[in-house]
Design a protein around this ligand. Structure first.
Ligand code: F0G
Length: 456
């Protein structure tokens, strides 16, 4: 069969509400043109993030009832630990409440002022946590990653020559290297097994540990199965296990590929680092067997981690994301290619060619998409990564993208047909999309709380 179906049926539904264009124009103006400031109930199809927005399975909900809420040594922790270890394979498993808590704890435990943390492309909270430790987050993506049209199958790869050069000069300042798979800020692009294997060799030569940001490790594993010779007959679990075997540790936001509404983990081999992290964990997150989560969350995550590696699920997941990309591509909409695992990225600059960078084309497109069809998307571009230089001018990032992140197991094909139709219509009227300017821009993670006005 050519048709790939959702490998589940729907038992509980959550109503969503249509709004009128006039209502949406008012709502987004009240939110000062920042979609993060909208009320979710005023959004029809919410593609802001795939994080914490997935639908849990019947097994996960049953697990919720099994949650052991004991303060110390809860059964749910041991189930969680066993589930993580069976895939990640490291010695220590430390639960946290979400990905950025893992980042903060690892940075607080091992990063010193003046350190350098190389990565393929650090996610924004990772970068912010590194910088909050007065260290530098350095992105070393392969050159192909900077070209939105380049069809390289593993655009998430790290430039290993650049990594080696950096370690040659600076290895004493590098506490660890962090590879993000899939590479979210770079377009949800996968990292190849060969790249991980070689990165590990480079790191080993300098005695520097290699960590994985594993938020979307299962989607990455499936891309390896589809695209990397030698992996066609392996299961996603086997591929994931091999990916982790090249690492000394991993951070994971379990709100993505563990189907959690909340949750995270740090998994690592070093006894000394685990000790430091657990001490900090107790200080701010909670005891070592719950790390800021309820026992019921640990149960749901343990089960989610098993479900995400089911091949029927991953086949559907990757195909249904590509479905959106292919149909938008047929309408001529400028996109980042190849299509990522969790999201389709619109190219804001090419979509809104009439808007210069200062008028924030990607952000303006995300606002127009809400006004036009009630769809909420997330800019990953000029607002998120733009830098104001001391002379008052701006440095803009290489790509100004708008991400349509697809929550896991939530929307059906007809929801996505609506999204494609709406974006196609907007593309026909793109000249009418107005530019924006900042009213307020905080220095750290500006996109969450910035405010804007329309350019007159
Ligand atoms: N690492 C990656 C690759 C991420 O995509 C995220 C979150 C984090 C770390 C931080 O995890 O949110 O649990 O604290 N990404 C979300 C997104 C927010 O929309 O892409 P968190």
């Amino acid at each position: 069969m050519k048709t790939i179906i959702e490998p589940f049926r729907i038992k509980v539904v959550e109503p969503i509400r249509m709004t009128t264009r006039e209502e949406r124009q008012r709502k987004i103006a009240e939110a000062e043109y920042n979609p993060f400031r909208l009320k979710a109930e005023d959004v029809l199809i919410d593609l802001l993030t795939d994080s914490g927005t997935g639908a849990m399975s019947t097994h996960q909900w049953a697990g919720v009832m099994e949650g052991d809420e004991s303060y110390a040594g809860a059964r749910s922790f041991f189930r969680f630990e066993a589930s993580v270890k069976s895939v990640f394979g490291h010695k220590h498993v430390i639960p946290t409440h979400q990905g950025r808590a893992s980042e903060r704890l690892l940075c607080a435990a091992v990063v010193k002022p003046g350190d350098v943390i190389p990565g393929n492309t650090h996610f924004d909270t990772t970068r912010a946590n590194i910088e909050a430790s007065h260290a530098e987050a350095v992105d070393l993506p392969i050159p192909e990653a900077r070209d939105p049209e380049n069809l390289h199958p593993f655009k998430g790869n790290m430039d290993l020559q650049k990594l080696e050069d950096l370690l040659n000069k600076e290895h004493h300042r590098v506490p660890f290297v962090l590879i993000t798979a899939t590479n979210n800020s770079g377009g949800g692009q996968p990292v190849s097994m060969a790249n991980l294997r070689e990165a590990k060799k480079v790191c080993d030569a300098f005695g520097v540990p290699l960590f994985l940001d594993a938020a979307r490790f299962a989607e990455n594993a499936y891309f390896i199965k589809l695209r990397e010779p030698g992996y066609q007959d392996k299961t996603p679990r086997e591929i994931a296990q091999e990916m982790f075997s090249y690492t000394d540790g991993a951070l994971m936001s379990m709100k993505k590929d563990a189907f959690g509404n909340i949750g995270g983990v740090i998994s690592l081999n070093s006894d000394a680092w685990a000790e430091k992290i657990r001490t900090l964990l107790i200080l701010t997150e909670g005891f070592v067997t719950y790390g800021g989560l309820a026992g019921r969350d640990l149960e749901a995550l343990a089960i989610g981690l098993e479900e995400v590696l089911e091949e029927d699920y991953l086949r559907y997941r990757i195909a249904s994301t590509a479905y959106v990309g292919q149909h938008l591509d047929e309408l001529g909409v400028p996109l980042l290619k190849p299509f990522g695992g969790h999201a389709i990225y619109l190219d804001g600059r090419r979509f809104c060619q009439h808007l210069p960078d200062e008028q924030l084309p990607g952000w303006a497109l995300s606002v127009a998409l809400y006004e036009h069809a009630g769809i909420r998307a997330c800019e990953i571009g000029n607002v998120m990564f733009g830098k104001k230089l001391p002379d008052g001018s701006w440095q803009w990032p290489a790509l100004d993208l708008v991400r349509l992140a697809i929550p896991r197991r939530v929307y059906t094909q007809s929801h996505m047909d609506y999204v494609v139709e709406a974006i196609g219509e907007l593309y026909q009227q793109r000249q009418s999309i107005p530019g924006l300017e900042f009213v307020y821009r905080p220095d750290v993670l500006p996109h969450f709380s910035a405010r804007f006005r329309l350019r007159s």
